[in-house]
Design a protein around this ligand. Sequence first.
Ligand code: HEC
Ligand code: HEC
Length: 306
Amino acid sequence: MSDFTSGFWPIYISVITLVSIIGTWVFLKSQTTKKFAPGEKAELMEHTWDGDLRDLNNPLPRWWLGLFYGTMIFALGYLALWPGLGNFAGLLGWTSRGEYQAEVKAAEAKFQPMYAKYMQEDIATVAADPNARAIGKHLFLTYCSQCHGSDAQGAKGFPNLTDNDWLYGGDPETIKATITNGRTAMMPAWGDTLGAEKVRQVANYVLSLSGRKHDAALAAAGKTVFAENCAACHMPDGTGMKAMGAPNLTDKVWLYGGSEATIIETISKGRNGVMPAMTQTLGTTSNKEAKLHLLAAYVYGLSQQK
Ligand code: HEC
Ligand code: HEC
């Protein structure tokens, strides 16, 4: 046990514990050694109360003494077998960590065959299995819901995983790669490079791509700005590039928002959405590969429902 800050406290605690147990024993013994000779009566103590209430010095009942010694023997036995006396680990070598690890091992052994079965199936097949989806949902609620929401519909900056619109791609293998290795989006900040006026122009052009209300003159000017600066990632027609995670700007799905103000903010300041690599988050947890497989299947299944 490394919970103690100095070598003094374990000894201090052990001494107090042992001295109180042994002290109690000695005290009890010293008070109960008197035996009656045949015929001898209990001695009458000096005081008498309330006229006739007498105080006799009878030996303590045996059953009561036995119980008392029993508790002390129990305490000593317990302290010998389990941790309790300062740094002494106990003869059984029990630790709460060891108990936890044994439980994890047992659970692993129990679930291993089931996980192994799913590992052999491809993601689409696993996604169609209701039991696998139930496990996947549990995993999702544990590891993903804080960002993507418990219904997986996301929030501003956190993509909706239930629609059929994908930043990186919605085929099983791409989903699995996204979850396993994570993604970091690189949308550069254009505010300084372009200046406010050009940012407004290109923002209006972006609005026009999805048929939103826009200023036609600004959008016309923005078309060239877009072709020069944005097409490399968002493609000349604005439909995006999955390899980069550059969103399609021609549809009605917005990761950060489709108002003019938000689009201007996105373009000026840039955006760097980060999807953490789950292979790290899951770390050394048991059945990590199978969990990634089941998560991928769950996410894939979400978008296949409609
Ligand atoms: C810390 C927040 C966070 C957590 C936790 C998280 N994600 Fe993400 N995830 C994101 C962000 C942000 C993105 C978008 C990245 C970007 O902007 O390019 C993303 C993107 C994705 C994508 C890509 C969507 C697309 O359109 O291509 C998938 C799939 C995904 N996450 C699944 C998961 C799963 C499954 C989990 C749990 C195992 C998870 N995420 C946990 C933040 C998170
Ligand atoms: C280097 C590649 C790259 C270039 C160049 C680039 N973008 Fe992006 N853009 C991205 C990526 C990647 C994202 C997604 C950011 C994220 O997920 O956090 C993005 C996101 C956006 C969004 C947010 C869309 C939404 O759904 O909320 C808009 C709007 C946008 N870009 C417009 C532009 C404009 C306009 C330009 C040119 C001035 C531009 N981008 C240039 C890569 C690029």
